[in-house]
Design a protein around this ligand. Sequence first.
Ligand code: PMP
Length: 986
Amino acid sequence: MKNKTTLDANAAKKFLQANWGIKADLSALPSERDVNFKAVGEKTYVLKIYPEVNATLKASLNFQNKVLNFLQDNSIHCAPAVIGAKKNKTLIPVSKSSYARLLSFHDGVAWGNAATHSGEEIEQLGRLIATVDKKLASLKITQTEKNSLNAPFMWNMLQAGKILNWSGKIEDQELRKLVEKTLTNFQKNIVPELKKLPKQVIHNDGNDYNIIVGSETLSLIDFGDMIYAPKIVGAAVAAAYVGLKSEDPVKEIATFVRGYHSINPLSLDELSIFLELVKVRLASSVANAALQRGNNPGNEYLSISQNDVPRTLKLIDAFDKNFAIFRLRNAIGFEANPNAKAIRDFLLTAKPANILKKSFNDLKRVYINWSFDNPEIPRSTSAIEDLMAKTGADVTIGYYCENRNVYQGEAFKPEAASARTFHLGVDIGMPAGTEVFAPLDGIIEVFNNNSTHLDYGPVVILRHKTDTGINFWTLYGHLSIDSMPNWKIGKEIKAGELVGRMGKEEENVGWPPHTHFQLLTDLCGMGIDIYGVAPRDEVALWRGISLNPNLILSIPNGTDAHAKISPESIRSERRVVISQNLSLNFKKPINIVSGSGAYLFDEKGKSYLDLVNNVAHVGHGHPRVVAAAAAQMSVLNTNTRYLHQSVVEYGKALTSTMPDPLSVIFFVNSGSEANDLAIRLARAHTKAKAVVALRHGYHGHTQSVVEISPYKFLGKGGQGAASHVGVAELPDLFRGKFTGKNATDKYIENLKKTIKGLKQPLSAFFAESIVSTAGQIVLPDGYLAAAYKLVRSHGGVCVSDEVQIGMGRVGDKFWGFELHGVVPDIVTLGKPLGNGHPLAAVVTTPEIAASFNNGMEYFNTFGGNPVSAAIGQAVLEVVYDQKLQLNAKNMGEYLRLGVKELGKKYPIISDVRGSGLFIGVEMMIDEKTPATKEVADLMEFALAKGVLLSCDGPDNNVLKIKPPLVITKNDVDLLLTVLSDWLAKK
Ligand code: PMP
């Protein structure tokens, strides 16, 4: 197309200033259809000029503006914002038939300009498209808009059948045939499926030049190709470009699908046609390029990706259909092969014959660690013979899903993220000549002598059937040459019949005698070359194709090495296997593999001072706690329906830490459960239902306690207060509703009003003594005493939530409420009790316990079991024996003093509060502006320096410091240095 601009850069510059009042320097941007300028002023923009605008284009531009505004209004900022000109107009006439609009510029490079993309980036792209699609699903459009979105358009996939009219222009005959096959199949088989799916507005052009890769974000530009279609059409368009430079495009597409699905779930019906849609887009691209090349021989833009497009189309077309579906299923978190469950279920009750002469029960076994972790793998035949002689073993076992450093060749090079290092079989090692028998009736599917050094040597695959007729396969590698004459494709081998003999080192191409035994749910089109070792970035996929062979072997000690996968793989799996509203800390989440004392360690051994974890109360992995757990676990674990000394002894030990009459204890498993039970106790005792809680307070995640947690029900996604719940103002003397003189009285007055406002009898008042989620707010002196009095005068009971702060953490006292000189009616305990073991409790008075004992039995399966009790007792004793309360007091004081000292120099530190090792540092830019971004930055800065911090409060501007109680002066100094370095750099 000729550049028929109506404005050159100079004129455009003046035009921009005249209409938008923006002074900027302009430079031309490449474009297929319009004339675009990058305008750099105070901010950066794209000035788009449309040389010839007819009524259709004008309507389309107005619609694009509507869509972009809709996205911005809904906080989707990964697409351009439309910048209104004077009088808020968004489409400005340049001349009679020419118009202009201004969009925000998204800095970065086009996706297509980078040679490769990591899996994480590809997932991010999937999430980008999904985010836009998901929002657009709720966009309301008029019938006229719908009509124009459905108008004849070359890039509307729903009309792709028409492309057959000009596919003849494709010169390469083989390619033409493939394009026509794809489009014909689409018309016949895919369109009817698409018709069943709901339609919406979709962007429809996530090609690799419409994706802008910024320093941290991706953006989607060019909304000029929108259509009205099922969301999967737009997803397939973007996916089509994702694999363009890859030798394995289906892998990249599956990665894209994972990202997409994690935001906007895809169904199996959608997945089943996904790759065909990708192919249709690629085929359309080939055909349209052929057409347009004919019309515009000189236009480079039109052929920008044409070499990669046909290549990718061919690769996808040739890819095994089952394997493709496995990859897509795995991408959305389903087990890769849908038959795997049925095969596993069949094997769980099948009775396979022994694969060796004897059962593994009757053979002395020694496991060999072939992994990267073992520097001294016994690799030679003689080393293995020595090992067997030394241990008296009859057989050696090599693990399934072990990460191995022993293979050779390009695919196995351990440096690559996708290196094939995860072993999928179980190796069974015995002397050469040992007979190997079929465990189940089978038929020889395929066999070969894979004679490359370190391959299988003689190898055979048997096909079996479950009782419901589903095929599965077993593979036997490294057999002897003299086993082979017995093999013939299609030959039946009954359970217990000879398959072959283990080969000598020279015939099984370089391995000590053994057989590699593998259980396969599919051969993925690879036949005898089916992977025996999986790419380490696709372990989850292969676990769902090549099952643990111990389902057949039944080796009593198991065979799964569960070798570690990369943090990137864990994160990716998490997106689809674990619910997305379980959030992760930090921009790049860390993979913590061990802990000791106040320190945590990642997979590379980097240490982090843990100032976040008030669960690991006496330090991570405390040896006394670990020993108590192991000792009790090895003797007995049962429930509270039998007499057991420890539950009574520990119960008494805990209640003894509380003032009279708090003497009856209930053991539960979590803080939420403790608070739920507290509600029940209060209701049973008061015969009332209503609860009052403090604003921003949190008491747990179950339904009943979310209902009394303003932090949740008034926060994002919250449903507001239930009719039985009142929210009292948080007595925050620093930034709360009331500050200054008599503020505490005003808060009590407010509590009174809240109780009255309930218009029903009061059951309970819930409060922490230092309100954690509100930003470590220390309740003012006198508040709790007055509040308890008021609550009791209204017939309610007082619940102190000590889940976060209890057990010596506050330094001056053992429990938080004791700082206020009050005695609650019910105390709930959680986090620290079990030092990480799920142990929580409710302590109350004999009267309340008696009211609860109303005939309905209270039983808790896990609560108070002997292992939990032994752990709880050990934790309590460590707190006493190591004088941890005193350490909390001293270290807390030292820490607060140090931070206050820094605050003298750096006014951003505006309040330092807390007690013992439950500390809040509130950061403010000025009196009114919370330092939210700065605190987030500090957390990342500290992370890099090996210090873990968290933040909270309604503005997320309060650093929370609540470490294990074992921290030392050196640890505090480390924090102070990091803080001071950060402050100095600001
Ligand atoms: N109460 C408070 C004060 C809490 O902070 C929490 C957890 N953060 C809970 C209750 C709930 O405890 P859990 O997560 O063990 O259910």
